[in-house]
Design a protein around this ligand. Structure first.
Ligand SMILES: NC(=O)c1ccc[n+]([C@@H]2O[C@H](COP(=O)([O-])OP(=O)(O)OC[C@H]3O[C@@H](n4cnc5c(N)ncnc54)[C@H](O)[C@@H]3O)[C@@H](O)[C@H]2O)c1
Length: 303
């Protein structure tokens, strides 16, 4: 793909990773962030990503950071917005982007939960507004949920998928702008059942993690749940669902167990206890294991 000039909004956790992967694909990336603190730490964080992935140092020279929106967004073909998860802020940014970019520029939001329909509702040219839900860390996790809203044109979907595929991502086309897109709906369907099992005393949180990591989770990276259903047969899947579904949790709000953890300050790794107990060393070991495993997978894909 011909190298392009691409704008990124927000130099935080997601923004710096998105900038990294686009620059690694040969594009010139301009990041806008009003915070001097985030801009000042950008190079260090990009360098850490480079070291982890053993990338080509030249890519760093293709990324620049800016304290003003207008010069950063001049003549860009795409904008990826990774600003804080606040609707009025994102709407304001997109309204400014409409006046600063050409109608052909694709405006993509990385929002985890806010529909891009809402983010782009004040714009005149809404066909070029799209959701691109990267997963954290975006330079290590391949999936990007490319979410089409009612107004997004197929041309916008296609161009976005092409750019991301060329940058080594695995974009999937989500045809409706629904809460949680697909990935988080699946994750939270599992979490709802898991927390309900713990609350009912069926097993503890360690056991849930063990069941997933040593069981179906271990094979999921090579065998998706739909492939697995076809492997065993849709008839067996139906038989199991006939027995199981009426017994699964169907709460439409979070369980009291989870609400109590939060109310009691048991917030997880950062407070030493959540669903499981954590020492700082154990929490660091998990973070390190995750980072290394994702980086090894990313490096293996490059080989
Ligand atoms: N963290 C995740 O795991 C994750 C995953 C997928 C999507 N997202 C989404 O990505 C977006 C960014 O999340 P994050 O985790 O990178 O947050 P973050 O807090 O790490 O980064 C946000 C950045 O936006 C900057 N910012 C603040 N005000 C701004 C403004 N007016 N204009 C431009 N930039 C501004 C901040 O200075 C900061 O650098 C959110 O919409 C979030 O929901 C996050």
């Amino acid at each position: 793909m011909k190298p392009q000039t691409i704008g990124v909004i927000g130099a935080g956790l997601m923004g710096h990773g998105i900038a990294y992967l686009l620059a690694a694909a040969g594009h010139t990336v301009r990041i806008y962030d009003p915070s001097a603190e985030w801009r000042n730490s950008l190079q260090t964080r990009l360098k850490a990503a480079l070291d982890l992935l053993e990338g080509d140092g030249a890519l760093l020279s293709r990324i620049s950071s800016h304290d003003a929106l207008a010069p950063a967004m001049q003549d860009v073909s795409f904008v990826f917005e990774a600003a804080p998860e606040k609707l009025p802020l994102k709407q304001q940014l997109f309204a400014e982007l409409e006046s600063l970019t050409s109608p052909a520029t694709i405006l993509a939001s990385n929002s985890s939960a806010i529909p891009s329909t809402r983010i782009g509702e004040k714009l005149k040219h809404r066909d070029r507004v799209i959701g691109t839900h990267f997963w954290n860390p975006p330079h290590l996790v391949q999936l990007v949920e490319v979410t089409q809203n009612e107004k997004t044109s197929m041309e916008t979907v296609q161009k976005t998928m092409d750019l991301l595929r060329d940058a080594g991502r695995a974009p999937v086309h989500i045809k409706r702008d629904i809460p949680g897109f697909v990935g988080n709906r699946l994750q939270h369907a599992i979490k709802r059942e898991a927390i309900a099992l713990i609350a009912a005393g069926v097993c503890d949180a360690d056991t849930i993690d063990e069941v997933v990591k040593t069981g179906f989770g271990a094979r999921m990276a090579v065998l998706g749940p739909m492939e697995q259903s076809d492997l065993v047969g849709t008839d067996l899947t139906l038989d199991i669902q006939n027995v199981l579904l009426s017994d699964l949790n169907r709460d439409t709000e979070p369980t009291q167990y989870l609400k109590d953890l939060v109310a009691n300050g048991k917030l997880g790794m950062r407070t030493g206890e959540g669903l499981r107990k954590w020492t700082p060393e154990a929490a660091d070991a998990v973070r390190d294991r995750l980072r290394r495993s994702l980086a090894d997978q990313a490096k293996a894909r490059k080989r």
